[in-house]
Design a binder for this molecule. Structure first.
Ligand code: ARG
Length: 455
């Protein structure tokens, strides 16, 4: 039966009924809904708004309903939404007493509460997955403090760095993602119940008590705002979108690195797929999917932003559209983090190939110019000299490492020690400012990352 049957004399049209129903997706709020109802009902009893024994009976019955759902004895079906389902089930079990549960409450403040409770758990879950993945990257980085590789700008080889430095950059992004979710949680974690449909209620409710029972540190300040605010869901979605963007960027690198031309990384068979026609293929599908699913999570954020932009205060049914976006973003980010973590743990980096690509690609040109600066040549002039050297190398099939000293000398004031000066290890070892790739700085950064990730 509909919760609002009294005003109506004819059943709602079948297509309209199914269009209106949110049960197929809001059923996952069942636990939050029941816990929220228990707290509300406990408060109603304590305040003498309903008899204490009625409150106690409702609470124990809600516990039974929860247990039956969790053991699969009770199927969530045949209702307009999860709130109606729980209330109908309660009334079918204890009759008239169950009908007292909704005193002083509306589904408008109820659904706001449920979603906040759900997102609190979801944010905690994502934070722990982000932390795991950042630790995985830190572990891999630690093994590669001395693994040289080219750093790129414009996807052109730029300067030598280490794999540790490159991977730790992603660990930093994940640390900021954690902070974004923690920040979102501050606004999620505010208790809206007691706002009623829009102007609260005249019953002598105790909102602070409900907040205390449900572990909320604060209650919402304005009932109109509380039932129509979904900023907290947008904060969550934005944090999901940014985290996906980071996973997508690393995915893009893995896709490039695992290609036959790069061969920087070999994915484990457990995290790659083959082709139905080309027997040689081993494809980085997981990373392509993460990159693709990033678009879908951006869509979730854009969808809710757009839903919210034109609705007048207070609650409007448009807001029922919040849940699918939020659940989809959560599920997508969660699955991406789980798969990516396993993929990285099993992937093998090709250390000798990384070395070969570092030495072969003029990544030491900046060092070469700095060498001349050390001999008193102004940097702009040194830059031009090394530019000509590079052209000479390209034309003669040489690298800065294989160029002879006589050839070097035709261009400027070079000595035997140029070869040491342009070594990748020398270049990296000299970079000692905070944030640099030298093994000393990287060891500090990784230790600091571990500290931040364990807090
Ligand atoms: N299913 C609704 C939602 O998800 C619950 C609130 C409905 N409130 C109402 N007055 N119809 O937003």
């Amino acid at each position: 039966m509909k919760l609002w049957y009294g005003r109506f004399s004819k059943d709602v049209n079948e297509a309209a009924d199914s269009f209106n129903s949110s049960l197929s997706f809001d059923k996952r709020l069942y636990r939050c809904d029941i816990e929220g109802s228990k707290a509300h009902c406990t408060m109603l009893g304590e305040q003498g708004i309903i008899p204490e024994q009625d409150s106690a009976l409702i609470v124990t019955t809600l516990d039974e309903i929860l247990r039956d759902i969790e053991n699969g004895k009770l199927e969530i079906e045949n209702a307009e939404d999860i709130h109606s389902f729980v209330e109908n089930e309660l009334v079918s079990r204890i009759g008239t007493v169950g009908k007292k549960l909704h005193t002083g409450r509306s589904r408008n403040d109820q659904v706001a509460l449920d979603l906040r409770m759900y997102l609190r758990g979801a944010a905690d879950d994502i934070i722990s997955l982000l932390r795991n993945f950042a630790v995985t990257l830190t572990d891999i980085a630690e093994k590669h403090l001395g693994t040289v590789m080219p750093a790129f700008t414009h996807l052109q080889k730029a300067q030598p760095t280490t794999l540790a430095h490159h991977l730790a950059a992603y660990a930093e992004m994940l640390c900021r993602d954690i902070m974004r979710f923690e920040d979102a949680e501050k606004r999620i974690n505010v208790m809206p119940l007691g706002s009623g449909a829009c102007t609260s209620t005249s019953y002598p409710i105790n909102r602070a008590r409900v907040a205390e029972l449900l572990g909320f540190p604060a209650v919402t300040a304005n009932s109109m705002d509380a039932v129509s605010d979904r900023d907290f869901a947008l904060d969550f979605l934005y944090a999901c979108a940014v985290a996906m963007m980071h996973l997508s960027r690393l995915s893009e690198e893995i896709i490039i690195w695992s290609s036959d031309d790069y061969k920087y990384i070999e994915l484990s068979d457990g995290y790659s797929t083959g082709s139905s026609i080309m027997p040689q293929k081993k494809n980085p599908d997981m990373n392509e999917l993460i990159r693709g699913k990033t678009g879908r999570v951006y869509g979730d954020l854009t969808a809710l932003l757009t839903v919210m932009k034109g609705i007048p205060l207070a609650y409007d049914k448009d807001m029922q559209e919040d849940k699918e976006s939020v659940f989809d973003a959560y599920d997508t980010l969660r699955a991406s983090l789980v798969v990516f973590d396993g993929l990285m743990r099993e992937a093998k980096f090709n250390v000798s190939r990384l070395r070969e690509c570092t030495d072969g690609g003029f990544t030491s040109a900046t060092e070469c110019a700095d060498y001349l600066v050390g001999k008193g040549v102004p940097f702009r002039d040194a830059h031009a000299i090394v530019g000509r050297l590079v052209v000479y190398c390209i034309e003669n099939g040489k690298t800065l490492q294989t160029l002879g000293l006589e050839e070097y000398r035709r261009f400027g004031d070079f000595d035997e020690n140029i070869y040491d000066a342009i070594g990748a290890e020398t270049a990296i070892g000299r970079r000692r400012a905070p944030g640099s790739p030298s093994p000393e700085r990287m060891t500090e950064e990784l230790a600091d990352l571990r500290k931040r990730l364990s807090e």
